[in-house]
Design a protein around this ligand. Structure first.
Ligand SMILES: [Zn+2]
Length: 215
């Protein structure tokens, strides 16, 4: 038998002795009554950007979907299987979450691959193909004059959050609930180095530090 990662065994033992005793009743209740998270987070797979860690949540609080560069595709009901759309459908129509948060982040490898213009190299190049849905047909995404590479990448990382929110609205079951006020869409951006969180103000289209938001 191949060795199960030692770090995970140790981690589980720490969980079982420290955290589980405090949360056992919560797990039991969730098991009996089922989950009813109010928030869905769509984030990146990046190991540094764990929504449960950043938002300090317990079991049952967040319904999380992670993929490369926190992208939501447009609504495309066809014969193919769509993982993001299936998770979204479940969160919105079955769990009836009240909020969906698109969580972008700094130093995103998916966005970096996109701005470096990685072309689909072969049928096995899933990243290039995945990232290509980020742009609309005919849209050109380029570094501006006098814009540093870092600023360019940051701008596109934030643009990915906007685009995902825009694409969420192409799903009829999302649009209907947003329009009736049952569901709210949000954007956020995590600065890895500082551990800083910025929340999108959708009216001004600016990201504000979460520490400065008073509500
Ligand atoms: Zn990323």
């Amino acid at each position: 038998m191949k060795l199960f990662p030692q770090r995970l065994l140790e981690g589980y033992r720490a969980f079982a002795t420290q955290r589980l005793p405090a949360e056992q009743s919560r797990y039991r209740e969730l098991s009996e009554r089922g989950q009813s998270p109010e928030v869905m987070v769509i984030g990146c797979c990046d190991s540094r950007v764990s929504p449960e860690v950043i938002f300090d949540v317990g079991p049952g609080e967040l319904f999380v979907l992670r993929n490369i560069a926190n992208l939501v595709p447009i609504y495309q009901p066809d014969e193919n299987a769509h993982g993001v759309s299936a998770a979204l459908e479940f969160a919105v129509t079955v769990l009836r979450v009240k909020h969906i948060v698109i969580l972008g982040h700094a130093q995103c490898g998916g966005i970096r691959a996109f701005v470096d213009k990685i072309e689909p190299l072969s049928p096995g190049d899933f990243i290039g193909r995945w990232m290509s849905m980020f742009i609309k047909p005919g849209e050109v995404v380029e570094q501006r004059a006098h814009e540093s590479m870092t600023d360019f990448v940051t701008r596109i990382e934030k643009a990915a959050v906007f685009r995902s929110i825009e694409n969420l609205m192409t799903f009829p079951f999302v649009r209907t609930r947003v329009e009736s006020g049952e569901l709210q869409l949000h954007g956020a951006y995590f600065g890895v180095a500082e551990g800083s969180l910025f929340v999108l103000d959708r009216e001004t289209k600016q990201f504000k530090s979460a520490r400065e938001i008073s509500q």
